[in-house]
Design a protein around this ligand. Structure first.
Ligand code: AMP
Length: 195
C-alpha cells in the first residue's frame, strides 16, 4: 500500500509517519530525513540542499524526483511505503504517479493532517528550542508555511481529481490519539472500504 502523508510544518507529520509505518510494517520514507542525512554526511547533494532547507524553501523538483525514485526502488519498498514530505509540488506528484504506474502500483490513500496555523507556529518555536533544527526559526517557518499553502496543498486536489481517496485527520491531540485516527483510516483502506 502506498500512503502519502501531508501536513503543514509542525503538524507532527514526521512523528506520526514513523509510528504508523512501523505499526503497518512498511518503510517510512521521509525526504526531509534523507536530505538531513545528506547534509550531515557533507555530500554534494547535502551541500546544495542545506541553505535551501535552512531558508524554508523547497529543494528543486528534479533533485527530489531522483531521490524518491532511488528510494522507492529499494527492495523494502516493493510491498508499500508511507511517504512523508513527498510529493510537495504538482510536478513531484506527476513524477511519482508515472514512476508508480510503470510498476503497476497506484497511490492508495492520501492522509492530510490538519492543524491550525497558530498552533503550528507555537509547536515549531518549541521544537527549535528542543532540537535546534536549522529551519525551525520564525522566519523559516513563515516561508515553509507559505510554500505549503502555495505549492503543496494543491497536490491534494491533484489526487482527489484522479479519484484517490483523501482523508483529513485532526492533528490536534496527543501523539497516540492522532496515531489512532490515522490508523483507523489505513485500516479501512486495507479492508477496501472508503475512509
Ligand atoms: P521536512 O522534514 O519534511 O519538513 O523537510 C524539511 C525540508 O527539506 C523542507 O522544508 C524542504 O526544504 C526540504 N524538502 C523535504 N522534502 C522535500 C520535497 N519533497 N521537495 C522539496 N523540498 C523538500
Amino acid at each position: 500500500m502506498i500512503t502519502l502523508l501531508f501536513g503543514p510544518p509542525g503538524s507532527g507529520k514526521g512523528t506520526q509517519a514513523s509510528v504508523v509505518a512501523s505499526r503497518f510494517g512498511i518503510p517510512h520514507v521521509s525526504t526531509g530525513e534523507i536530505l538531513r542525512s545528506e547534509v550531515a554526511a557533507g555530500t554534494a547533494l547535502g551541500k546544495e540542499a542545506a541553505p535551501i532547507m535552512a531558508s524554508g524553501h523547497l529543494v528543486p523538483d528534479e533533485l527530489m524526483v531522483r531521490i524518491i525514485e532511488s528510494r522507492l526502488m529499494q527492495p523494502d519498498a516493493q510491498s508499500g511505503a508511507l511517504l512523508d514530505g513527498y510529493p510537495r509540488t504538482r510536478a513531484q506528484a506527476q513524477a511519482l504517479d508515472e514512476m508508480l504506474a510503470r510498476g503497476g502500483r497506484p497511490v492508495d490513500v492520501v492522509v492530510a493532517l490538519d492543524v491550525p496555523e497558530e498552533a503550528l507556529r507555537r509547536r515549531i518555536l518549541r521544537r527549535a528550542e528542543l532540537e535546534g533544527r536549522s529551519d525551525d526559526s520564525a522566519d523559516a517557518f513563515t516561508i515553509r508555511m507559505r510554500r505549503y499553502l502555495a505549492d503543496t496543498e494543491p497536490v491534494l486536489d491533484h489526487y482527489t481529481g484522479r479519484g484517490v481517496r483523501l482523508a483529513h485527520v485532526d492533528g490536534i491531540g496527543d501523539i497516540d490519539t492522532v496515531t489512532r485516527r490515522i490508523a483507523d483510516v489505513l485500516d479501512k483502506v486495507d479492508m477496501g472500504k472508503t475512509p
